[in-house]
Each structure stands twice: as C-alpha cells, then as structure tokens.
Design a protein. Structure first.
Length: 649
C-alpha cells in the first residue's frame, strides 16, 4: 500500500498521463456508486470555488465527484483501498492537482488554436470495450443505458474525451523525449561512483523495558490517537449457493432406453474389428522402392533398411482399416489388411512416391454386446446429460437474474442450498478468524467485491463440469476499527511498546546530540548505561544502492544525505527501536575514465527526463493561464470527505 501511494504522490505527472487514456472510463464507470459515501452532500458547498483556472472555476462539487471517481479507479488496482486511506495517503492532493492541470492544459491548447474533431471523439468512444456489443462494435443502446445509470449526458462524456485528447496531443511528444547530453550525464555518473563509510548503532525498544502497567485513561487516549492502525478494511457478507454437477445427478443418470438408443446409434463402434500396427516407408522412385522392398522381404527389419538410406520408418500403431485407408489410400489399405502378420507389401504407388509397408501385428477385437458396452456408455451419457442439465439450469437461473428476481426466491425456486458467509475481506479471509481462504470460493469473493451494494444476484463460474454459483452481496461492512473492548490486550501491548519506543528515542536523540557535539560515538553509547548491541560498520556506493533489487537499507540511504563526521537518527522497522547512523568519510567518484558508466547514466536519465520536461511544460502553462487555489475551501472538502468515509467503504 505504501508503494502505491508513493507512486501516487511523488509521480503526479506520471499518474496524470497514465490516466489520460482512461479519463472517459473514469467518468462513465468510476462514478457508479456515489451513494456509498454516506448521506451527506459530499462538500460544504458544492458551488464554492476550489480553484480559478484562467477564465473558469473548479467547484467543490466538481472536486468531490472527481475524488470519488479516483478512489473507485484506484480501487480497481488495490481492491482493499478505502476512501480514508486514499485521502490521508495523499491521493486527495493528487486529485486536486490532476483536476487543475487538466483544465490548464485544455485552456492552453484552445488558446493556441488546437481543436478536437467529432470523428476523433467518436473513435475514442467506439474503442471503449464496455460500450461494445456482442459483435465487438460500438452499441448506442449500451452507451445510453450507462449514461442514464451514471446520470451523465453525452456532452459530459464528449467534453472529457475531448480534453483527454488535447492533453495527450500536448504531452505525449514531450514525455517521449529521451536525449541526454554527455555533460549533463557526467556529474550524475560521478555521483553514482561516490562511496561512503560509516557506523550504525542500535538503541532497541526492548532495552528500555516494559515500564509500569498502563492506566485505563492512558489506553483510552492511545486508542483514540491510533485508531487508524486498527482499521479493518471493507468487508462483505456474501450470500451464495453452489451449483455442482451433483445437483443434477438424478436428471443426468441415463436410463436403459438411453443406453439402448446410444448402442444402436454406434453399431459400427461396437462391432468386431481388426487393428494392425504397420511400419511403412515412402521412396521417391520405383526402382529404389523395389530394391528396398526386396531387402525387407529378405529379412532386414524395415526400420534398419530405412536407416541405411538415411530415412525413418513411420510406425502406425493399432490402426483400423478405415482410418488407414483415409490416410494412405484404399489400394494400399486393401493389401495391408489382406496380408498376414509379418508380410511386406509394395511398392504401392502413393501421391508422394512409392510406399513399402510391413505388418508388425494383427489384433482382432471382438464385438461388444450392450452389456459389455454399458460401462462406457453410462460414463459418456452421464457426462453429456450432466453438461446439458447444468447448461439448462444455468440458463433458467440466468433468466431469473435478468428478471430481477432476488437471491432468496432463486434459491427457493431451484431448491438450492444457500450459504451466508462471515464478513470477508477482498482476499476471502475473515480477520476475526486467522485462517487461509478457501480457494474454491475465490471466484465468489471476487464477484462479490466487484458488485455494487444495489446490484442483484449474479451467476459466477466456479469450476469444471459447468459448476457455478449464484452470488449476492448481503451486507457491506465499511472499513472501521473494531470496538476497543475487543482489542484490550492488543491495545495494552501496543501502548507498552510505543511508550518504550518513545523512551528509546529520547535516549537515541541524546546520543545524537553528544556525537554531533564532538563526543565519540562509543563514549556516548556507553553513557546510556543500557545493554546495547555492538555497533556495525556500513559502507556502500550509490551504484550499489541503486542495484539492490529489494531496495537499499534505510541506514545506507541516509548516509548519502549526511555531512562527514555527523550523526542522524532513523527508526528501525516494526517499532523495534532507533538506529544511529554516523558518517565517517566520503570518497568522491570520477567517471571520466569510465565511459560505460556515463552511457548507462545517460540511458537512465533518458527514461526520466521526458516526465521532467512535461512537469516543466505544465508549470509554464500554469503560469500563462493563471491558477489561484482556495486553500480553505479545499481543506473543507477534504474534511467533509473524511467525515463521509465513516459510513463509506
């Protein structure tokens, strides 16, 4: 989740460009369930001005709708994402900037004479898969239905598509720039070769001890301040009924009449037959084929004789006469199936030359009576009738779904067994009972989380043999922390750890103060009078940090932000304590004699410079068009949206 928001916040332009291609999808599909955000209006005053962009204004209502659309859009990538996480994680600020930048770019484009033709907008609309019919072409009725569902007009959609095309036309060429001069890359290459050496000390949280028992008031205050850490993501109570081939077993069991009819329809299959294994070689001319046949008839194995000519004998195992005739011709089949085992036939004229064949084995298969064929027929007919019965049942239930029949009635009408799940997360787990989710229910859970609260039941394929499930969302449990009484032990544990962590920070900060004042690190650590782990040496180059596939350790990264003979503080993972990083020395890099390093840096910069050009381009456009943001109104919208999330997923 953190990396997701890091990309969202720190790559604003990249995210904006990525969303250009789906701007129209956001409008059409991401605004599908505004009501799920509670009962408020969503903004303190929908008409209040959030920002003035050139000669237009962006209102609080417009920003509110766009934030909700972006939450739904990003939720497609992060199914467990909550509105609160999006807003508090920086997504709200990203939405504000994208909304403003979209207006800026559109006004800049139109000011400089750029237009978008109706044909261009039409082609973008026609390319949206969700607007296409079963023939793969744009379906006007589907489009009109979606407009009605989303309470949009055709003009709304076309305006957004037109804007996305203008943005794409202005930014795409710039974002694709990748040329970086040698002199620009050289200083970065020098930095890449820079090396730093230092020392890392650790003040563990556990070294401070658990302390006294916390009071009820302390625990209450701690929970209030840290309730976000206990939030359980959105859960859904799912109603489903599994329909497996076992459910149609009675209807799928073949009767004696079925078996008799099937046996009579396949008389040839169960009649007596003969199978032969045949080896054969095809030669180009008659003389060679005659010589080859004579050699085989004299006792040389056909595969050995073929190998002597640089050929390989084709072996046809257990072939029947009809199949052999279809493949090799009726004339050759008549001779092969008229000969005895061990006979050599040919040469016989074939389409590609002359065929010499050898009969390896002869197997006579006796005819099967109905009783003897019963087992095979029962298996085959059962499978056929099961598939047909499952298909018929699925069609009937699907018709009921299309007719807006509710889950309870469908279950009752078709005598299905309903199941109501516990409140489940998007991965199928129940957070109150740590256990692995049932893989068989994965399609059911996925479908339930893709549905809206107001949707009716749906049919979901669940496995082989046509198995499916009727699925409905019974209840949506919004993301929220559980009552504190359910977390009493966890809160007490976390409070104790947090108190020790803060005490450890005081100790670590005192060590930092002393070291930066000239006290040797070893002496400052000894003065704490705590039992501490031994200090660890640390050394790396920038190149090593960049090459680490898991990401560089934070202490090493911190070293490259420090001045020599200074110390800085960084928190250890999982509230484990505090790391004191001391930088001993810096060894500057020199890439002038390493052209391969410089070229690699040119390539790396080339992949990023396009986005930087776009960033600067948009900054220049903002300056020309003029942007004024109303910070107080924006803050009110943010606060109102956070309030709405108390009843929103």
């Amino acid at each position: 989740m953190l990396s997701f928001f890091r990309r969202l916040i720190n790559s604003r332009i990249g995210v904006m460009i990525t969303l250009l291609a789906v701007a129209m999808l956001v409008v059409l599909f991401a605004l599908s369930d505004i009501s799920s955000w509670g009962n408020g209006t969503g903004a303190p005053n929908d008409g209040a001005t959030v920002a003035k962009v050139g000669n237009t204004t962006i209102t609080a209502g417009e920003l509110t709708r766009r934030v909700k659309a972006d939450v739904e859009n990003f939720r497609a990538q992060q199914p467990t994402l909550t509105a609160q996480q999006y807003i508090e994680g920086g997504g709200f600020d990203g939405t504000v900037d994208r909304l403003i930048d979209g207006q800026v770019i559109e006004q800049f484009a139109r000011r400089h004479g750029m237009v978008v033709s109706k044909q261009s907008v039409d082609s973008r609309l026609a390319a949206i898969p969700q607007l296409q019919g079963i023939d793969g072409k744009f379906d006007q009725k589907v489009y009109e239905q979606l407009l009605a569902q989303r309470r949009l007009t055709d003009a709304d959609v076309r305006k957004d598509i037109s804007r996305s095309i203008l943005i794409d036309q202005l930014t795409a060429p710039t974002s694709g720039a990748g040329q970086v001069p040698l002199r620009v890359a050289l200083p970065y290459a020098d930095l890449l070769l820079e090396k730093r050496r230092g020392t890392v000390a650790f003040i563990p949280t556990r070294a401070l001890g658990a302390g006294v028992q916390p009071t009820p008031d302390e625990l209450k205050t701690f929970y209030k301040r840290n309730s976000a850490r206990y939030i359980i993501p959105e859960r859904r109570v799912i109603q489903y009924a599994l329909v497996t081939p076992e459910a149609v077993k009675a209807a799928a069991t073949p009767t004696d009449a079925d078996l008799t009819a099937a046996y009579r329809a396949q008389t040839a299959r169960f009649a007596a037959t003969e199978k032969r294994t045949v080896s054969q070689v095809v030669l180009a001319d008659k003389a060679a084929a005659d010589a080859f046949a004579a050699k085989v008839k004299a006792g040389t194995a056909i595969d050995v004789a073929a190998k002597a000519l640089g050929l390989a004998a084709a072996k046809l195992p257990g072939v029947e006469r009809k199949a052999y005739a279809d493949a090799s011709g009726a004339d050759l089949a008549a001779q092969v199936f008229g000969a005895a085992k061990g006979a050599t036939i040919g040469p016989v004229k074939a389409p590609l030359g002359w065929t010499v064949a050898y009969v390896d084995t002869v197997e006579t298969v006796a005819a099967k009576t109905l009783d003897q064929a019963r087992g095979d027929l029962v298996t085959e007919l059962t499978a056929t009738k099961t598939a047909r019965a499952m298909s018929d049942l699925s069609t009937k239930i699907n018709d009921a779904v299309d007719a807006k029949t509710n889950f309870a009635k469908i279950v009752a009408d078709y005598k299905l067994t309903p199941v109501t799940s516990a409140p489940l997360l998007a991965d199928g787990t129940d957070p109150t009972k740590p256990s692995q989710p049932d893989p068989a229910l994965a399609p059911v859970v996925k479908a339930a989380f893709a549905a809206q609260a107001s949707d009716g039941p749906q049919i979901v394929a669940t496995g082989a043999g046509g198995a499916f499930a009727v699925v409905a969302v019974d209840k949506i449990v919004a993301a929220a922390p559980p009552p504190p009484e359910e977390l009493r032990l966890a809160i007490a544990r976390d409070f104790t750890i947090d108190r020790a962590r803060r005490a450890a920070r005081v100790v670590a900060a005192d060590v930092i103060r002393k070291v930066n004042g000239g006290t040797p690190l070893a002496e400052a650590l000894k003065a704490t009078k705590l039992t501490l782990p031994a200090v660890e040496p640390a050394a790396a180059s920038r190149a090593q940090l960049q090459a680490s596939p898991q990401g560089a350790p934070p202490p090493l990264t911190l070293m490259f932000t420090m001045a020599p003979r200074t110390a800085k503080l960084i928190e250890a993972p999982n509230s484990g304590g505090w790391l004191i990083v001391y930088l001993d020395a810096i060894e500057h890099g020199d890439a002038r004699g390493k052209p391969e390093v410089v070229r690699a840096q040119q390539s790396d910069l080339g992949r990023q410079i396009g986005s930087e050009y776009v960033r600067q381009f948009i900054a220049a456009m903002r300056s020309e068009i003029g942007v004024t943001k109303q910070a107080q109104v924006i803050a009110k919208v943010r606060k109102e949206l956070l309030g709405a999330t108390s009843t929103a997923p």
